[in-house]
Design a protein around this ligand. Structure first.
Ligand code: HEC
Ligand code: HEC
Length: 439
């Protein structure tokens, strides 16, 4: 009898130890997806969740091993207590009644961290999902930094405001969702890349918008009188500038209407978009400025305005402008010549004159986009941009080539981009003669 009692005592002790050990381990496993160890803060939520699981495990284990334990009364008592305790923990966790400011943030940090981890590492292939995942990462990183700052401040200076604020309603009405949407649009998330298509412009401006688009994609035809070389705006501003910049996006125009007038060192005063457009006409296309009241200029400005729809004036637009190429590499012309011959020449010609197909098909409307893909425009010589163009600067061309060349499949090393740019920018090209500082 004594022996039997002892055995039973032992087995209940072991049972308790098993549940306690598993609960303890479960608590740590809750952090398995945390992105960085300094995000693994103590989370009361996670502790209580482990305890809920411990209770559930008690019930399940005991039910499965019912016959191995003696004493129906004890077993029932264990079952009932585990159920009640589990329900209580579940209620406490769901109502968040033990969680204050600090507990809330400490629980949210590992939670956010897991979102970062998963958004970074999941095998995502749809570009729309990638974009969403990138937004998730950016938001979590920003909020973790904010929470750490607040935790630090509260630890040093205490909470601001003693009274606890009334709890938020947990019911989300459509009205609330609409307001949250508006806040998102006004607040942090205000710069959303979502340009409208040119053909979707309202009736009153559609013709103008479409002419603008045509000028940018086929400048040789639609603004023939103002162009002095073989280039089109499209050669540097891909897809009519409706891109997110970055890799294979060329130089974007989306939001450009919200960015001007803007100070430019070149002129040493704030220039408007019209002046900026004419800068590229005269320097990049070796041409003449479009008159301010011409239908071409109006078309370009209308186009820029339309594709900048929804972007707040003077917002920071992350995809505009070429990203500077960070590197310690010293650009070397000789290595650049080799890189040019090996990589660039097959599309841009041995002498920078442009690929063969580019020249043959210059006037053939139909095959324009086709030959663009296979054959590059002139990089130097009389038919290329002038020495006053942004692209004639080594660091501009290196940044452009690194992100965009070879066209369609950019894969240059930074060193190759810098060397090739050193070589190309040292070749002869048209002089920019207009000495008016205004353009
Ligand atoms: C040879 C390359 C090249 C060609 C061709 C070219 N541009 Fe540009 N464009 C640039 C560079 C480089 C910049 C400056 C990018 C930066 O700010 O980092 C620029 C900037 C601009 C900007 C201002 C963008 C901003 O974010 O501020 C406008 C507007 C513009 N170009 C219009 C045109 C128009 C219109 C044409 C055709 C007539 C044209 N460009 C052709 C290279 C080119
Ligand atoms: C697979 C063909 C291909 C290769 C290889 C290639 N490019 Fe290009 N490049 C193009 C095309 C096509 C464009 C014009 C894009 C457009 O109009 O859509 C272009 C445009 C450019 C431009 C801007 C327009 C101009 O004429 O100035 C520069 C600068 C440039 N490439 C530099 C380089 C450099 C440097 C290399 C070698 C490191 C290189 N490219 C390799 C196809 C290529």
């Amino acid at each position: 009898m004594d022996q039997q009692k002892q055995m039973m005592g032992m087995s209940w002790g072991r049972f308790a130890a098993m549940i306690a050990t598993s609960t303890f381990i479960m608590f740590f496993l809750m952090y398995q997806l945390v992105y960085s160890t300094d995000h693994a803060m103590f989370s009361l939520n996670r502790l209580i969740a482990s305890l809920v699981m411990g209770c559930v495990m008690t019930i399940l284990m005991l039910s499965f091993m019912w016959s191995m334990y003696k004493g129906v009364g004890t077993k029932m008592a264990v079952l009932v207590s585990a159920t009640l305790l589990g329900a209580l923990f579940l209620f406490v966790n769901r109502s968040q009644s033990l969680i204050g400011d600090v507990g809330f943030m400490k629980s949210m940090i590992p939670h956010h961290s897991i979102a970062i981890n998963n958004a970074r590492k999941a095998r995502i292939s749809d570009p729309r999902v990638r974009e969403l995942a990138d937004k998730i990462i950016a938001a979590q990183v920003r909020e973790i930094a904010e929470m750490k700052q607040l935790l630090d401040d509260i630890a040093r200076n205490g909470e601001r405001g003693e009274a606890s604020l009334p709890p938020r309603s947990t019911e989300i009405t459509p009205e609330m969702e609409r307001k949250m949407d508006q806040k998102m649009k006004k607040g942090e998330e205000k710069i959303v890349y979502d340009p409208p298509k040119p053909k979707d412009a309202p009736d009153q401006i559609r013709n103008s918008v479409m002419l603008g688009y045509n000028i940018l994609t086929n400048t040789q035809k639609y603004a023939a009188d103002y162009v002095g070389n073989d280039l089109n705006c499209h050669n540097c501003h891909f897809e009519g500038g409706i891109t997110k910049g970055g890799k294979d996006g060329g130089i974007s125009y989306v939001g450009v209407a919200a960015k001007y007038p803007k100070y430019r060192e070149r002129q040493d005063y704030a220039v408007d978009l019209m002046t900026r457009v004419n800068n590229c006409f005269m320097r990049s296309l070796k041409g003449k400025p479009l008159p301010g009241d011409s239908k071409e200029m109006t078309a370009l400005l209308t186009y820029y305005q339309w594709i900048s729809k929804g972007i707040p004036i003077y917002a920071d637009i992350p995809w505009l402008g070429l990203q500077k190429l960070e590197s310690d590499h010293k650009p070397a012309k000789e290595a650049g010549k080799k890189a040019y011959r090996e990589i660039c020449a097959k599309c841009h010609g041995e002498n920078g004159q442009g690929g063969e197909k580019y020249q043959q098909n210059e006037n053939s409307e139909k095959s324009k986009s086709e030959h663009h893909r296979m054959s590059g425009p002139p990089l130097w010589g009389n038919d290329s941009f002038t020495d006053g163009a942004g692209m004639s600067k080594l660091e501009v061309m290196a940044a452009f080539a690194y992100n965009n060349m070879p066209k369609g499949n950019p894969h240059l090393a930074k060193e190759q981009a810098l060397d090739a740019a050193a070589y190309v920018t040292n070749q002869p090209r048209p002089k920019f003669t207009k000495d008016s500082k205004a353009l």
